[in-house]
Design a protein around this ligand. Structure first.
Ligand code: ATP
Ligand code: MG
Length: 599
């Protein structure tokens, strides 16, 4: 019993094909569920034996003063009690185990889907809502898996058996009594419809509470700085109150339904007694049969009441199932090509042809026809006003999104035909906001290549000029950083992110404002280091500071989703266009070092 096989994790990690249904999900574990059912049924049967043994002990042992029979009955009772104890233990252990394994499987499946989903999903969904799917929605299945499925099977069996006995005892009386099934079915259907809505509403409200909570947690510094605590409390009160209201409504349904089922069972007994008595009076039924009939009637309604509990559990899980099903059915924004082309080592030629892009929720295009070409090994700098579309270009080159129009090609291959994993392994990306994970500095640098040796990690850090600051930390490379790297300064975080990109030895390097948080001296050092790093790799670098941009091989000026100019620093100055005026504006406000010749 203890050695049940584990969950088939590989199956759970694969994308869900078609609609996710509970039946298909538990299908491979049918055997385990059936074993649970056998154990639970055995428990029920064994506990039925107790009263029969007592009756035997009293009738055959105590009344005729037969000590032997009494001892026998006592021994039998002890044996049955022991068996019962073992069965209850085994059934609890077994169904508990199975239910936790199923939960684990479900969790793996949802997590795998969350890992697959693209940026579009995460920009649309609030983190707290996603968290809810992963936590309380999945937990809603706990009691269904633990007691529900097994309980439903066992109760259906007992219900069916007792009903057959009733009909066999007296078909007419049974028919008269089971008329109550009509209102029971009608009300159950009504309950099902209403509770579907109500429980689904509860799930949404829980998600809203969590989303609000999560956001206020991550924004706590800003909230305190702007003294928004009262306001946030008010907002939270609103969502929490809406959750409370939804729960209360669900509770009203719940509170109505169970007493109703009990009431129906009493009505059935009343009918049986009423109809049965007149049948007895007419001599169509013996009094003993009537008593037995009424007793069996409760054997029919006990499982019905328990089934209504299971039904409620099922309804709650169903609401959660709907949410999880939607999540599992969410298409991945960047579909997997079939069959994907596995690129070898890339030369790093990037071409954007008439690329248009609109963010899923946006009303306007972020890119309106971009034509750009980056030769292998070339460093292209993108400059332009804030919101002009520079980061968007980089996101498309990394295939975080697919363009809504035009094509992105790498080495002449369309990006959406490449195996995205093999492609991204050759990318080094430093996003606009460097993100560090909780763990050591070393683990953060080696994030893209966890097998890298200490020497390689240190080399990468030296190459981008991060070694100096790391060496001054008390624990050096073993220094732990807190969540999101908050224990480091913004500039230090960027240096670590640069080292991380460097370490994967990428064919293409995408640097979004990678030096914007550094002081001028460090920036100069890093830029020099980056030139070495960028050697032989195609680099797209976004820079607000023109001193950084002017060192690139070529510069493209982006304005409102268009490339309005491109060329070398000197050519653009000579052309006296947008770049030249940016440059002169820049020169007035900052001390501009003369660009490195030939850069
Ligand atoms: P910055 O220099 O400030 O980083 P940028 O040139 O990188 O600006 P992008 O981030 O590419 O600008 O944004 C281009 C446009 O797309 C902007 O108008 C912006 O509002 C819009 N945009 C960016 N991200 C999203 C998003 N996730 N959803 C909707 N619109 C977006
Ligand atoms: Mg940007």
């Amino acid at each position: 019993i203890v050695d049940t096989p584990e969950i088939d994790v590989d199956r759970e990690l694969r994308p869900t094909i078609g609609e996710f249904t509970l039946r298909a999900f538990v299908a491979p574990y049918r055997g385990r569920i059936a074993s649970g059912m056998v154990l639970v049924t055995a428990t029920a049967l064994v506990s039925l034996a107790g009263p029969a043994i007592i009756r035997h002990g009293v009738d055959a042992g105590i009344r005729p003063h037969d000590t032997g029979a009494l001892w026998f009955a006592a021994a039998l009772f002890a044996a049955v009690s022991l068996a019962n104890w073992w069965l209850v233990w085994a059934a609890g252990l077994f169904t508990g185990r199975t239910s936790r394994q199923l939960l684990f499987g479900l969790r793996m499946r949802v997590f795998a889907q969350l890992q697959r989903l693209g940026m579009d999903f995460y920009e649309r969904e609030m983190a707290g809502r996603v968290m809810t799917r992963m936590t309380s929605d999945i937990e809603a299945f706990q009691s269904l898996f633990q007691n529900g499925i097994v309980g439903a099977g066992t109760n259906l069996l007992t219900f069916g058996g007792a009903a057959v006995v009733l009909v066999a005892m007296n078909a007419r009386l049974a028919a008269a009594t089971l008329v109550v099934a009509v209102p029971l079915v009608i009300v159950t259907r009504w309950f099902r419809r209403r509770s579907d809505i109500s429980y689904s509403d509860v799930r949404d409200r829980v998600a809203a509470v969590n989303a609000n909570f999560q956001e206020s947690l991550s924004g706590v510094r800003v909230a305190q700085a702007y003294v928004r605590e009262q306001h946030n409390m008010g907002q939270f009160r609103e969502v929490a109150r809406a959750h409370l209201a939804a729960r209360q409504q669900a509770n009203q349904l719940h509170a109505f339904f169970f007493p109703f089922v009990e009431f129906i069972s009493i009505v059935a007994q009343a009918i049986a007694v009423g109809v049965g008595t007149s049948m007895v009076r007419r001599g169509e039924l013996s009094p003993g049969s009537l008593i037995a009939f009424v007793l069996y009637l409760s054997a029919v309604f006990n499982p019905v009441q328990q089934l209504s509990q299971v039904f409620d559990t099922y309804q709650q899980a169903r609401a959660a199932l709907g949410k999880i099903r939607d999540l599992l059915a969410t298409p991945v924004g960047t579909p997997v090509p079939s069959p994907p082309v596995r690129p070898g080592r890339l030369r790093g030629e990037i071409r954007l042809e008439g690329v248009q892009f609109r963010y899923p929720a946006a009303a306007e295009d972020a890119l309106r026809g971009i034509d750009l070409e980056v030769a292998p090994g070339e460093a292209l700098a993108l400059v332009g006003e804030t919101g002009s579309g520079k980061s968007t270009i980089v996101k498309l080159v990394a295939r975080f999104y697919d363009p809504t129009g035009g094509r992105v090609l790498v080495d002449g291959m369309a990006l959406d035909e490449l195996d995205v994993v093999a492609y991204r392994r050759q990318l080094g990306i430093v996003p606009q906001e460097a993100f560090l994970f909780s763990g050591t500095i070393r683990a953060n640098i080696a994030y893209g290549r966890p097998d890298a040796s200490d020497a390689e990690v240190e080399d990468a850090a030296r190459a981008v000029g991060a070694h100096d600051f790391i060496a001054t930390l008390p624990m050096g490379y073993r220094q732990r950083v807190t969540e999101r790297g908050r224990s480091l300064s913004a500039g230090q975080r960027q240096l670590v992110a640069l080292a991380r990109a460097r370490l994967v030895d990428p064919a293409i390097l995408l640097l979004d404002e990678a030096t914007s948080n550094l002081d001028l001296a460090t920036e100069a050092r890093v830029t020099r280091a980056m030139r070495i790093v960028a050697e032989g790799r195609t680099t797209i670098l976004i820079a607000h500071r023109l001193q950084t941009a002017c060192r690139a091989d070529r510069i493209a000026v982006i304005d409102d989703g268009h490339v309005i100019e491109s060329g070398t620093h000197d050519a653009l100055l000579a052309a006296n266009g947008a770049y030249a005026s940016l440059w002169s504006a820049h020169s007035v406000t900052t001390e501009v070092p003369t660009p490195v010749p030939g850069a």
